[in-house]
Ligand binder design. Sequence first.
Ligand SMILES: Nc1ncnc2c1ncn2[C@@H]1O[C@H](COP(=O)(O)OP(=O)(O)OP(=O)(O)O)[C@@H](O)[C@H]1O
Ligand SMILES: [Mg+2]
Length: 227
Amino acid sequence: MSLTLTDITLTYPDGEDRLTALDRVGLEVPRGSLTAVVGPSGSGKSSLLAVAATLITPDAGTVTVDGTATTGLTRGELAALRRHRIGIVFQQPNLLPSLTAAEQLQVMARIEGRNPRAARSRALALLDAVGLADRADHRPHQLSGGQRQRVNIARALMNDPTVLLVDEPTSALDHERGAAVIDLLTRLTHQRATATVLVTHDRTHLTAADRIAEVHDGRLHLQAPVR
Ligand SMILES: Nc1ncnc2c1ncn2[C@@H]1O[C@H](COP(=O)(O)OP(=O)(O)OP(=O)(O)O)[C@@H](O)[C@H]1O
Ligand SMILES: [Mg+2]
């Protein structure tokens, strides 16, 4: 078991009151499997990912990453856990305009103080794995939207995470390119044995999921996969 959320409750300040974004949510994501998270806008999907990413501390409940319970860890310990264990792919690629595709990935290794030559070869191998071997030296403006999103995914894998959290990676892409990104995520999940959580609006993506979690008003309901 690689990512476990136990009884998570998260509230945000809301005027005089508090808004309950996640209400006693439990979820287990084994390595090598993909859980799709669906639900209406405002239902709590991104909040769920932010808690799983340890970017937000919930009011109650526990996040366990790779056997490590994150409750009580210091900010520094959480940051290290994120760098080593968690890959995060946001909706917008957030690539640095002046860096080539390979350099976007190498930056991740530099933060860790890894050997630059090893980082370069790992970056090139990952770009190859996402089908961008011939785009390694292109900058973001020289890449298509789908290619930028694939660089984004490769970057999230640079430190070999066990947990891969992906928020609406296809919303800026047309259907065909979106489907290709989902295929890629499914393949990488199996090849690299990541515990993957994919937030998506597109119901056609659900066939790629091992499990489907539907979020409604902060409550999570597990559904059988569409097969
Ligand atoms: N920082 C915040 N402060 C206060 N309320 C917030 C904050 N972030 C989110 N919310 C509220 O929490 C609820 C859940 O938001 P969340 O972003 O998790 O929804 P979502 O399911 O990702 O929606 P979408 O599909 O539109 O991205 C919403 O009602 C939202 O307005
Ligand atoms: Mg969201």
